[in-house]
Design a protein around this ligand. Structure first.
Ligand code: OAD
Length: 235
């Protein structure tokens, strides 16, 4: 912990990259843990362009359940700590694979949502934005097209602007902190290799050998400890 505090204090350009493990302490399931979504359902049947085209009923049911699961979900202390670090200039950029919007709800600015957002929907055919209630009610777009959340499905490209923006931050970074992701999904899995800065991995399970520092623990709890040490250091 002292090591990351030292690096955070010295670094002039720090980037944070998060995954589903950042949100489990807010009560959302991740994907690949024992209680993760992909233990219950095969991602190929719901989270792909093929599912949207050929298996729409299940696709709609899956994303409706995930949207409804967000109803009472709030950012936890870890999200607020990152937002606070951003305001204090301790971190320069946050990129996330999460589609839940919790970083922004906690007050973080300019978060790059590399896998899109589940909080808004559009028509797959005409691209027009649509009301969430129409998607939840299983309605189609007035043009007849299927409604879908603005998430990135397997088989789709990442939002180009968010990706390029994150990439430039990675290249400039003196410190990259990766939190709560199995790093199993390409191309985000490549981002920690695209920096010359120090790299830190904070995750419940270790298993990533190429980081300069690995902290095994819960995201929120770990960030609280680091934050307390930082305050202690700056007094
Ligand atoms: P995963 O479910 O693959 O990985 C989450 C990681 O977080 C696991 O290694 C957990 O051990 C860890 N974890 C769980 N709770 C934690 C906590 N409280 N603190 C710290 N670590 C914790 O989720 P992602 O890596 O985000 O994409 O998954 C990447 C992408 O795969 C998702 O964006 C989604 C999914 O398929 C699409 O649907 C396109």
């Amino acid at each position: 912990m002292e090591q990351i505090v030292e690096w955070l204090t010295l670094s002039k350009h720090t980037v944070v990259l998060t995954g589903a493990g950042m949100s489990t302490e807010s009560g959302l399931a991740d994907f690949r843990s024992k209680s993760g979504w992909w233990q219950q359902i095969d991602p190929r049947t719901v989270a792909t362009t093929e599912a949207l085209t050929s298996n729409y009923a299940l696709f709609q049911q899956f994303y409706a359940a995930r949207i409804q699961a967000l109803e009472d979900v709030k950012p936890h202390d870890g999200h607020f700590i990152l937002a606070n670090w951003q305001r204090r200039g301790l971190i320069q950029h946050i990129a996330t694979q999460n589609v839940d919007g919790l970083h922004t709800l906690a007050g973080s600015d300019n978060v790059d949502e590399l896998h899109g957002s589940i909080r808004s929907v559009r028509c797959q055919k005409c691209g027009q934005a649509a009301e969430m209630q129409h998607f939840l009610a299983k309605e189609a777009c007035p043009c007849g097209g299927k409604l879908r959340p603005n998430v990135v499905l397997f088989g789709e490209n990442l939002p180009q602007e968010a990706w390029n923006h994150t990439l430039s931050h990675m290249k400039a970074a003196q410190l990259v902190i990766v939190i709560g992701t199995s790093l199993e999904v390409y191309p985000v899995s490549q981002l920690p290799h695209m920096t010359n800065g120090k790299t830190v991995y904070i995750n419940l399970e270790s298993g990533q050998s190429h980081f300069d520092l690995t902290i095994e623990g819960k995201a929120g709890e770990t960030l609280k400890i680091i934050d307390a040490l930082l305050k202690h250091d700056t007094i």
